[in-house]
Write a protein that binds this ligand. Structure first.
Ligand code: CP
Ligand code: NVA
Length: 331
């Protein structure tokens, strides 16, 4: 049966079948080709969308804005202080108001239950632009990027997530790998491993697709033979600054270095959803360097800037893939 996602919300990949996820990735590649060829694609002319951001963003916000404009839509951005939601108006009431005015709603913020509640009340598609638990639009871009690097197919590839293996990006990678038959390894200390119930759920999915889910505390064992080495920040948005000391202590052995990349497959790539702390040239990076004496956190500058790094292709693909998600659900 042909895939149709028309009218659906995009809240987490657990809600989607492997065929539906593959369809979105393929559509992302198609939109990339159209954009590169300069072919206009204002397929959603006359529609309007609203972007609700309770946390900051560069890639996700710009992707939704550019993708929305390319598709011919009106786009309204509401920053963390720009709406009544949560302060003077409940999530359910906000959803019902925005659903009367807009054809689709993007939400970036805190608990997954918030985006689920928005979707339950809005009456229009809601897209998760990152919650504490999941970052599903990032996954469509990441799989596009992996497919570009491994055109012979992604099934059976080994993807290792290094570091804070219980965060939104790690959780989402575990789900997408399970759905698409990749071998996922969460590599970090026991304290930062993904929740047992999500691991169990992903293992059950992987059993159907030929993938696997492994938890590994030894960084060398995890990176050996990996096709994709992926990492993310050690303290995520919404977590307190006080966590830095503990995380640096716990996660330093999991910093992605050239030595670890040398254990990976010959054609291995390095990925990061960004933003990344690979030097001290940021406000937070400089503060951490001054306080803890480390200038590179989750990845060394050498790996980040090195030939295996595909982080800027990955960032670009956010726009093409978000366009695919909006088009598929609004058309
Ligand atoms: N990767 C990502 O979501 O980046 P932003 O926080 O800049 O949106
Ligand atoms: N884990 C990170 C991802 C940023 C795109 C965060 O939530 O801050």
């Amino acid at each position: 049966m042909p895939v149709s996602l028309s009218g659906r919300s995009f809240l987490k990949l657990l809600d989607f079948t492997p065929d539906e996820i593959r369809y979105l990735i393929k559509l992302g590649h198609e939109f990339k080709r159209l954009k590169m060829a300069g072919v206009p694609h204002r397929y959603l002319e006359g529609k309007n969308i609203v972007l609700l951001f309770e946390k900051t963003s560069t890639r996700t916000r710009c992707s939704f804005e550019v993708a929305g404009h390319d598709l011919g839509m009106g786009v309204i951005y509401l920053d963390p202080k720009g709406s009544q939601m949560g302060k003077k108006e409940s999530v359910a009431d906000t959803a019902r108001v925005l659903g009367r005015m807009f054809d689709g709603i993007e939400y970036r913020g805190f608990g997954q239950e918030i985006v689920e509640e928005l979707a339950a009340y809005a009456g229009v598609p809601v897209w998760n632009g990152l919650t504490t638990e999941f970052h599903p639009t990032q996954m469509i871009a990441d799989m596009m990027t992996i497919e570009e690097c491994f055109p012979q197919g992604t099934r059976g590839l080994k993807l290792v997530f290094m570091g804070d293996a219980q965060n939104n990006v790690a959780n989402s990678l575990m789900v997408v790998c399970a759905k698409l038959g990749l071998h996922f390894v969460a590599c970090g200390p026991a304290k930062q491993m993904p929740a047992a119930d999500l691991v169990e759920r992903c293992r059950a999915i992987a059993a159907e697709t030929g993938g696997s889910v492994e938890l590994e505390e030894d960084p060398r064992a995890a990176c050996t033979g990996a096709h994709v080495v992926y990492t993310d920040v050690w303290v995520s948005m919404g977590e307190p600054d006080e966590l830095w000391a503990e995380r640096i202590e716990l996660l330093s052995p999991y910093r992605v270095t050239c030595e670890l990349m040398d254990l990976a497959a010959d054609d291995a790539i390095f990925m990061h959803c960004l933003p990344a702390y690979h030097d001290a040239k940021t406000e937070v990076g400089a503060r951490v360097a001054e306080k803890f004496g480390v200038t590179e956190l989750e990845v060394t500058d050498e790996v980040f800037e090195g030939p295996r790094s595909v982080v800027f292709d990955e960032a670009e693909n956010r726009m093409h893939s978000i366009k695919a998600v909006m088009y598929a659900t609004l058309k």
